[in-house]
Design a protein around this ligand. Structure first.
Ligand code: AMP
Length: 397
């Protein structure tokens, strides 16, 4: 396997699979958060500074039936130019003659962005013939799209087979894996995992795998209420997945067997409806009545969770503690973010899973006070579920 740092990019056209699936402002259409573009910058700069040119390949949203203007990467081309500090050309297709002429004409230092690779259904199908065509755009393949590494798509997986000696991971991908491995394989103890968010069903596999790894598992967010129901509590109109009650019981039993401490939020901020201006109260999480619903963890839970985090040496966080998008229900997530930052200051290693946890840490301005904020929500989750990521495997094969 080639390593990115030692590979010679001199006069080579590098196909770089990036994750430029960035959010756009609903009103202006401008890129509202360019974090994902900036995350690929070290990789792109390295190639250009070492005499190479770049063909950028990315997905953008989830187009269903071919090209659609709302999913066109042309909308972000100017932003990519701005972040890179050099003009980026755009090809309005991935495998047309015009696109191939543009990539063939690239000179060292130049960059071309291809149109959304998901405009082709062959992409998500992992079609080998389509991957072969994409491969014709360059002399080597760099995968820097950690956020898409859990997908076995043509541009993340199959394409690598056409570059047996010229495929490698980019710096972002390498960094993501190094940080994830640190937690998965070299966690200093006590190791605390914080799992939150809306649904138990989305997080069952990760919790089950964490039962083999962590000393403490903190469970917050909407998913906690299914646990309280499984324990015989009353949860009112809080989120509940009836079909997961047994799973919750099994998780609690396995934790006991393995000596893993599960921490559930003893109290909750409850609301009389799902709204930012709802009436609120504090209540025990297992004694919520009628139409009331738990939308955040309460002050006792914040104290309990903070105490566990204060004594932790390794922390993995995936999923918010409440509906942190609404100020009335952000306190739990904010307090946990502050506790993670304080533990990090005291020497703990903290890895923040992508998606909503990353958004929360950013919302509270704490992104520089944790050890690493991952760019990959689903990919990181699957990594900690113990799965092999196809995008990584294709490079390592
Ligand atoms: P996930 O994508 O599974 O990590 O879930 C994140 C979403 O869960 C966020 O949009 C939160 O608003 C939501 N969430 C967190 N806690 C609750 C709760 N107690 N009730 C309903 N939704 C919640």
């Amino acid at each position: 396997m080639q390593t990115f740092q030692t590979y010679s990019f001199q006069n080579k056209r590098a196909i770089v699979r990036v994750d430029f699936n960035v959010p756009l402002d609903k009103n202006t259409g401008a890129v509202s958060d360019d974090k994902r573009i900036r995350a690929a910058l070290p990789t792109l700069k390295h190639i250009l500074e070492n005499g190479g040119s770049i063909v950028l390949l990315s997905h953008f949203g989830r187009p269903k039936n071919g090209p659609e203007a709302v999913f066109s990467l042309e909308q972000i081309c100017a932003k990519v130019s701005e972040v890179l500090g050099t003009n980026v050309d755009f090809a309005d297709d991935c495998i047309s003659e015009a696109a191939f002429s543009k990539s063939a004409a690239l000179q060292p230092g130049q960059v071309l962005l291809l149109e959304n690779v998901r405009f082709y259904k062959e992409e998500t199908a992992g079609d080998l013939e389509f991957a072969k065509k994409l491969a014709q755009h360059g002399d080597c393949y760099v995968n820097d799209a950690f956020g898409a590494a859990h997908r076995a798509h043509a541009s993340t997986t199959q394409i690598a087979s056409f570059f047996p000696n010229d495929k490698m991971m980019g710096l972002l991908m390498e960094g993501e894996l190094a940080n994830a491995r640190k937690v998965l394989h070299e966690a200093k103890r006590p190791f605390t995992a914080i799992v939150g968010g809306a649904k138990v069903s989305d997080k069952v596999l990760i919790v089950q795998n964490l039962l083999n790894l962590a000393d403490h598992i903190i469970i917050g967010g909407g998913m906690a209420y299914t646990f309280f129901k499984a324990l015989g509590g009353e949860i009112g109109a809080s989120l509940c997945e009836e079909e997961r009650l047994e799973t919750c019981k099994e998780i609690l039993a396995t934790a006991k067997e393995k000596g893993v401490q599960i921490h559930l939020p003893t109290d909750a901020i409850i609301a009389d409806r799902f709204a930012a201006d709802a009436h609120t109260q504090t209540a025990p999480s297992g004694a919520i009545s009628g139409a009331w619903m738990g939308l955040d963890i309460g002050p006792e839970a914040i104290k309990d969770f903070s105490a566990v985090l204060e004594n932790s040496q390794t922390i993995l966080w995936n999923g918010p503690m409440g509906v942190f998008e609404m100020p009335a229900f952000e306190q739990g997530t904010k307090a946990v973010a502050l506790a993670v930052a304080a533990a990090t200051k005291n020497g703990a290693f903290s890895l923040i899973g992508g998606g909503d946890s990353a958004a929360a840490v950013q919302k509270f301005g704490l992104q520089d006070q944790v050890s690493y904020v991952s760019t990959g929500g689903g990919a990181l989750l699957e990594y900690f579920e113990g799965k092999v990521l196809p995008g990584v495997q294709a490079i390592e094969a």
